[in-house]
Design a protein around this ligand. Sequence first.
Ligand code: IMP
Ligand code: MG
Length: 184
Amino acid sequence: MINKVEMMGDIERVLFSAEQIQERVKEVGAQISKDYYGKNPVVVGILKGVVPFYAAMTQAITIPLEEDFMCVSSYEGTESTGKIILRKDVDVSLRDRHVLILEDILDSGRTLKAIIEMMKTQKPASVKICTLFDKPEGRKIPLEADYVCYDVPNEFVVGYGLDYDGYYRNLPFVGVLKPSVYQD
Ligand code: IMP
Ligand code: MG
């Protein structure tokens, strides 16, 4: 566990403010509302990193939807282990439902690939991905999101839900973490 007294000194530079994210979320939410009109989707958030994005995006979507969550862990430090552990499954049945996954960041693609495979055993009508951030250079397996708010460079970013070792999720902006924080 990190024993922290402050967070700002660990940030190399700020990439997006909460206000900027909010504006972009409104645009993507409007598109999703059109695409899913009449489909009553189940919007599944991937805990815990999705929490601020989930709150913003579900409110930007103007059509009826059901909310649910899954929790998986795959990450230790800044390197993906490739191993996905299911910690909490969805509560509603996904059978014949249109499922929209909300995720904080798509990096190697392994987490979402594993999640989609687990969901498909329930025979949903469709499964699509909406991610706040996409790191296209991090991809290890071929997987693309259907809705991307922003592309980010291949650096470790924190804030607005995104963590390093459990910390920084509560920063009200997204920034690049100083490499010295995780290299020490
Ligand atoms: P993937 O399986 O490599 O696509 O990793 C996706 C997961 O890794 C996300 O849900 C995040 O929890 C975590 N992750 C990947 N890149 C970052 C980052 O830059 N900052 C914080 N978490 C990240
Ligand atoms: Mg994480």
